[in-house]
Design a protein around this ligand. Structure first.
Ligand SMILES: *[C@@H]1O[C@H](CO)[C@@H](O)[C@H](O)[C@H]1NC(C)=O
Ligand SMILES: CC(=O)N[C@H]1CO[C@H](CO)[C@@H](O)[C@@H]1O
Length: 501
C-alpha cells in the first residue's frame, strides 16, 4: 500500500438504472469512499436525484466521492421521455429498448472516463450493463462486476449452466442441483429466465452475452458476507477461478435514521409517520410486507396476500408498489372495503418507502418478501424471520438459501416463476390460507418459532459486525483496494514480462 498513495486511485461505479441494482451500488461506492479512495458514480441526472442528498452528506463528512452525469438517450432508443430507470418503464416490452439505450451509452461513458483525473484505476459495473465491458477493454482498466445476488445463487446458476440437469426433467419435476454444499432441490419452473428461454430470442441472446462478459471480468463484488455463506463463496471462487470480494450487507452503511431515509428518496412517503405508528406496537408484533420493486405480482395474487394478512389478525405494513393492472387492484381495495376493515392495525403504503428504516424497527416481527436479494439481505440485517414468496428471476434460489441454508425463514408455497409476459395470466398458487399459515409459523408463541427468531437475530449480529473494522466484509474491502493498487503498480512497471507472472 505504501508506495502507491491511495490518492492515485480512482474507482468508477456504473450502476444499472433500476432501484434494486442502483441503491446497493451507491452504498458500496459510499463505503469505499469512506476509506479515502476517490470514487465516482456514473449515472443519468434523473437517476441521481434519488441519491444526491445522501452523497452530499458523504462529501460533507470528507469522503472523496462524486456523481458524474451522462445523458440518457431515451429518444434514440424509443423510450418515453423521463423514463430513465427500469422501474419507471410504462411496459415491460420496453426492456429491450432500455438495453438499446444502455448500449448507446458506451461512447459517452468512454469519453467521460477518458477525461478523468486521476485516470480510472478500476471500473465497478453492474453485470447487466453490458457495454461497460467494452469501455473497460478500450481504456484498459480492470473491470469488476456487481452481480446483485448471493454467491449461493451464483453457484447454483454456474452449476446448472455446466451440468444442465434441468434440461433432463419436465417443467414441474424436482431435481437436485449438483455440486452444492447442501442438498438443494428445485423445479425447472422455479429457475431464472435464462434457464427457460422463451420465444424472445433477442432477450435470450442478450442474457447470454451478459454471462460471457461476466466470465471475463477481473472479479466480483458481492453484496453478501462471509459469515453468511462462506462455503458458497469459496466454492464459487474455486469453480470459476474468479475473485469474489464480499463487502456487504451494504445497506448497513446507512447508520442513522436520516441516512436510512435519505437512501431512497424516490417517495413522497413520510417515514416518520410509520415509525411513530410502529412505536405504538409491542416488540416483534408487526408483519412487514413488500413483494418487490418490479411490480410482477398480479392483482389475484395480491388479493390473496391481503386476505391472508387480514386473517392473521396481526398488525401489518403492506407496501404495494403498484402491480400490473394497478386499476384492478385499486378497485378491489376500494370496493371490498379492505382498508376500512383493517383500519388501525393495517397500513397500506403505495409507492416507495425506506425499507431498511422500517425493517430495523423493534416492532417488526416478520417480513413477507419476494426474496429479491437486496430485500432478503435487508431482512437478514433486520434480524427478523422471513416468509418467502418468490416471483421471478433468482428469487426461488434465494428462498432455498433462506429456508435451507440460513434457516431463518419459511416458504409461503410459491412453485412457479412469473415469466416476463405471463403477468396477465391469472393463477394463484399461494392462497390466503398459505399466507396466514406461513406467517403463523414464525410469529407468536412456540419453541420452534423461538429457535428461528433466535437464529435470525444471530445473523443480524454477525451482519452488523462484518462491516466494522476487523470484520470480514471490512477486510475484503481493504483486500480489494490493495489488489487494485498492486495491479496498478504492475501495469506501471510495464515491462512485458510483468504481465506474465
Ligand atoms: C475475503 O475475506 C475472507 C475471510 O476474511 C478471505 O478468506 C477471502 O480470501 C477474502 N476475499 C478476497 C477476494 O480477498
Ligand atoms: C439495497 C436496495 O436496493 N434496496 C431496495 C430493495 O428493494 C426494495 C423494494 O423492493 C427497496 O425498498 C429497497 O430500498
Amino acid at each position: 500500500m505504501d508506495s502507491t498513495p491511495l490518492s492515485n486511485l480512482h474507482f468508477v461505479f456504473i450502476p444499472l438504472m433500476a432501484p434494486g441494482h442502483l441503491l446497493p451500488m451507491v452504498d458500496m461506492a459510499k463505503m469505499l469512499a469512506r476509506r479515502k479512495v476517490k470514487v465516482s458514480i456514473v449515472t443519468t441526472p434523473l437517476n441521481s436525484i434519488h441519491f444526491q442528498a445522501s452523497i452530499d452528506r458523504e462529501i460533507q463528512s470528507g469522503s472523496p466521492i462524486q456523481i458524474l452525469h451522462v445523458q440518457f438517450p431515451w429518444a434514440e432508443a424509443g423510450i418515453p421521455k423521463g423514463c430513465e430507470s427500469q422501474d419507471t418503464l410504462p411496459s415491460m416490452n420496453l426492456l429491450y429498448n432500455f438495453n438499446v439505450a444502455l448500449n448507446l451509452l458506451q461512447h459517452p461513458i468512454e469519453e467521460l472516463l477518458q477525461n478523468q483525473s486521476p485516470f480510472p484505476s478500476c471500473i465497478v459495473s453492474d453485470k447487466n450493463f453490458l457495454c461497460v465491458a467494452d469501455v473497460a477493454d478500450k481504456l484498459n482498466v480492470p473491470r469488476i462486476i456487481f452481480d446483485g445476488t448471493s454467491c449461493f445463487s451464483l453457484l447454483c446458476c454456474h452449476s446448472l449452466n455446466k451440468n444442465k440437469v434441468h434440461q433432463a426433467v419436465s417443467y414441474d419435476e424436482k431435481f437436485v442441483v449438483p455440486g452444492l454444499p447442501h442438498k438443494i432441490e428445485l423445479r425447472r419452473s422455479q429457475l431464472p429466465g435464462i434457464f427457460y428461454p422463451g420465444t424472445d430470442l433477442k432477450l435470450q441472446a442478450f442474457r447470454e452475452a451478459i454471462g460471457e462478459a461476466a466470465k471475463k471480468a477481473y472479479g466480483i463484488m458481492a453484496n453478501s458476507f462471509e459469515e453468511l455463506e462462506a462455503e458458497y463463496v469459496e466454492e464459487y471462487e474455486r469453480v470459476t477461478g474468479q475473485k469474489v470480494w464480499c463487502v456487504g450487507p451494504v445497506s448497513l452503511c446507512n447508520k442513522d435514521d436520516t441516512e436510512k431515509a435519505l437512501r431512497s428518496k424516490r417517495n413522497s412517503n413520510d417515514e416518520s409517520k410509520y415509525v411513530k405508528w410502529l412505536d405504538s406496537w409491542p416488540e416483534r408484533s408487526v408483519i412487514y410486507v413488500c413483494l418487490g420493486s418490479q411490480n410482477r405480482a398480479t392483482p389475484e395474487q395480491l388479493i390473496e396476500v391481503g386476505l391472508g394478512l387480514e386473517a392473521t389478525k396481526r398488525p401489518f405494513i403492506w407496501v404495494l408498489r403498484g402491480a400490473y393492472r394497478r386499476e384492478e387492484m385499486e378497485k378491489w381495495l376500494l370496493e371490498e372495503g379492505f382498508e376500512e376493515r383493517v383500519k388501525g392495525r393495517g397500513i397500506l403504503i403505495k409507492g416507495w418507502v425506506a425499507q431498511v428504516l422500517i425493517l430495523s424497527h423493534r416492532a417488526i416481527g416478520a417480513f413477507l418478501t419476494h426474496c429479491g436479494w437486496n430485500s432478503t439481505l435487508e431482512g437478514i440485517c433486520g434480524g427478523v424471520p422471513l416468509v418467502s414468496y418468490p416471483l421471478y428471476a433468482e428469487q426461488f434460489l434465494n428462498e432455498k438459501f433462506v429456508v435451507q441454508v440460513v434457516e431463518s425463514g419459511v416458504s409461503a408455497g410459491a412453485e412457479t416463476v412469473v415469466r416476463l409476459g405471463d403477468e396477465f395470466k391469472s393463477r394463484v398458487e399461494v392462497t390466503r390460507d398459505n399466507v396466514r399459515d406461513s406467517i403463523e409459523k414464525v410469529m407468536g408463541e412456540g419453541k420452534e418459532k423461538d429457535v428461528i427468531r433466535e437464529r435470525a437475530r444471530n445473523y443480524a449480529d454477525m451482519a452488523s459486525k462484518t462491516i466494522q473494522e476487523g470484520g470480514s466484509s471490512y477486510n475484503n474491502m481493504s483486500l480489494l483496494i490493495e489488489d487494485i493498487v498492486r495491479l496498478k503498480m504492475s501495469q506501471q512497471k510495464a515491462t512485458p514480462n510483468a504481465f506474465l507472472d
